[in-house]
Unconditional design. Sequence first.
Length: 143
Amino acid sequence: MFKGLIAVLIVIVSLAACAIGPTAQQTQAVPIKGTPGVAVVYLVRSNPDLSYLPATVTLDGQLVATTYAGTYLRMEVPAGRHRLSGYAVDSGAINLDVQADRVYFVHQTVAGSWRSPSSMTSFFRLVDEQRARTMMVGATPAG
């Protein structure tokens, strides 16, 4: 009887550990790669985010992609000044001065509600590589 109870407890604990352990996708790191002659900008949207609304992003006025919580976007841009911004009602923006052969990381946070999508706003800020890597674990490419 006692051995049976211990066996049942071991099975329950093992199943619980499997349920809370991270999956292979969640622990896989996104490869960070630079490109010679241009700047690389990674736009990272963490999961969880303040909102799960999709957010369309523009680069220098051109549509780039739509981000969701837990996605990232890799962009190659020439050296110089660039503007990342939300699209339509999303008035969030950041200006970046980038140099060739460097990698930059921008964290996008989206606030808003599906009840009032016209009040959605993206907040952009530069972050260091270590913080970006932490947010990118388990992230999927946007677009």
